[in-house]
Design a protein around this ligand. Structure first.
Ligand code: PHE
Length: 502
């Protein structure tokens, strides 16, 4: 008892005054509390067994806006009928419509029902009544008036005749049915006993104000106790898309680690996307089925001739790099072709062509495109996270350490580096992460140290650590998704359920 709050006490009192059994509405009226407040109080009162709740589902009929209008001015057919009676029982449709003051849209409806109710007939442009005196209200009209007068009517209480009228009025969209749950409270034995013992109602304060504190009034008032463990209502405020949040997180981590962001256009020449990275011109990744080539314009401009020549020679015979090259005749036409960049490494190498002095730590988080069949694990347009470190004495160990730090900041723990191959790095590796839910190793990114064949034409004299990998993979692990398409499907339910803080 001592634990009951003011509204609960008020509810109990009102219920008692109403004879121990009453609906929520009646209690609200009696106690002066809002309906929602009585509902809330009722929850506690019933869990603590002061009251019992009897729920009853009822179907309630009420008028639609149109129904309200007709209830006041009469059904359109009734209005047309009156106009025709005044015109002597027969008139041009147009004239009758005019006299009845009906909106143009309602005339066909009025005519239709006039015929259906057998009050009149239409011959050509003429409308003739079949009755000489005004017929009495039909059951549809009676029901319309009844609901209008009462506000709402319980469907279960209607008799057979009104039931048919109801069907007709619903078809005409003049009446709407709503399911209502009505709740009736009843005092339990515990409730009765508590009231017999008697209790006081002390107003409670729900909000502690500065005034209460300054004047020390807080000592005298009764503050409402809140159950901070009770579940609150779910709210779905606007928020950044989960993928966007992960992009932001990736940026933040790079910035925390002292990197600077670089960005470039999504349309690049094959030169930057492939050639500058020592990918031979017949490399399978360059094929149409892997790469999107632009149809219009087809080609772009190549950089300075000196750089282009160096790249060309390196491809053909290794140039000054000590490599034998790929041993084919390099085509500048092929290098000019425009592509949607297939990796952000295109931006990395372009940046290196103009920034040669160490130390360099740059990154990008950006869109890339591959001509892939869209499946649960592949999409044609996605994001890559990419970074490079250039310094006088950096090694593969530094690269592994940097990556480990980066992914650990993302919350990934079990990371390993497995050997692999890229045309532009040596040694090359891939960072793998163990997915505890899927119980398997997943590739996170490719990595390695740029080959002399890549560095020499750019004029870079220091080791370059580079890595790049898919962002969506990371997002899938973070968000526990098994279908990559979810990230782009705008599934509202999923977007709402995904918490803002992972
Ligand atoms: N560009 C490679 C990819 O798209 C990743 C990579 C970047 C590998 C840099 C090595 C060095 O998969």
């Amino acid at each position: 008892m001592a634990s009951l709050r003011t509204n609960e006490r008020k509810t109990l009192m009102a219920l008692h005054e109403l004879g121990g059994k009453a609906t929520i509405e009646k209690i609200a009226e009696k106690s002066g509390l809002a309906h929602a407040a009585v509902m809330r109080a009722t929850l506690t009162l019933s869990t603590e067994n002061y009251v019992k709740i009897h729920e009853q589902k009822r179907n309630i009929a009420k008028l639609s806006r149109e129904g309200e209008n007709y209830a006041e001015s009469g059904l359109p057919e009734r209005r047309l009928l009156r106009a025709l009676l005044n015109l002597g029982g027969e008139a041009d449709v147009e004239e009758a419509a005019h006299r009845s003051n009906l909106d143009a849209g309602l005339v066909p409806i009025a005519l239709g029902w006039l015929k259906k109710k057998n009050w009149g007939s239409i011959q050509g442009q003429r409308c003739c009544l079949k009755v000489n005196v005004e017929p009495q209200s039909g059951s549809d009209e009676k029901l319309l008036t009844l609901i209008h007068e009462k506000g709402v009517v319980a469907v279960e209480q209607l008799d057979q005749q009104f039931n048919e009228a109801l069907t007709s009025l619903r078809k005409r969209k003049l009446v709407e049915i709503e399911e209502k749950v009505s709740r009736e409270l009843e005092l339990t034995e515990k409730g009765w006993k508590t009231i017999k013992k008697g209790f006081k109602i002390v107003e409670e304060i729900t909000q502690l104000t500065p005034e209460l504190i300054i004047t020390k009034q807080w000592k005298n008032v009764k503050l409402t106790k809140f159950d901070v463990t009770a579940p609150g209502p779910a709210v779905y405020p606007g928020k950044a898309h989960p993928l966007q949040q992960i992009i932001r997180r990736a940026r933040e981590i790079f910035l925390e680690m002292g990197f600077t962001e670089i960005r470039g256009p999504v349309v690049e020449t094959a030169f930057w996307n492939f050639d500058a990275l020592f990918q031979p011109q017949d490399h399978p990744a360059r094929e149409m089925m892997d790469t999107f080539y632009l149809a219009n314009p087809k080609t772009g401009r190549l950089p300075k001739e000196k750089l282009v020549n160096a790249v060309a020679k390196t491809h053909e015979n290794g140039w000054v790099t000590g490599s034998k090259g790929w041993g084919y005749s390099w085509s500048s036409e092929e290098a000019k072709r425009l592509v949607l960049r297939t990796h952000t490494t295109a931006e990395t190498i372009k940046y290196l062509a103009t920034h040669k002095k160490p130390p360099i730590k740059v990154f990008s988080v950006d869109r890339v495109y591959r001509n892939e069949q869209v499946t649960y694990k592949n999409i044609a347009e996605f994001h890559q996270i990419e970074g490079i470190v250039v310094d006088r004495k950096v090694t593969l160990r530094d690269l592994m350490g940097t990556l480990k730090t980066f992914y650990t900041k993302f919350g990934l723990e079990k990371i390993e580096f497995w050997p692999c191959y890229f045309p532009y790095t040596e040694p090359s590796a891939q960072a793998m992460v163990y997915h505890p839910k899927l119980k398997r190793w997943m590739e996170l990114c490719g990595m390695g140290m740029f080959r002399p064949e890549v560095l020499a034409p750019m004029g870079i004299k220091y080791p370059v650590l580079a890595w790049g990998g898919g962002l969506e993979r990371l997002a899938m692990i973070e968000l526990g998704l098994d279908d990559i398409r979810m990230l782009y499907g705008n599934n509202l339910g999923w977007l709402r359920r995904t918490p803002l803080c992972q």
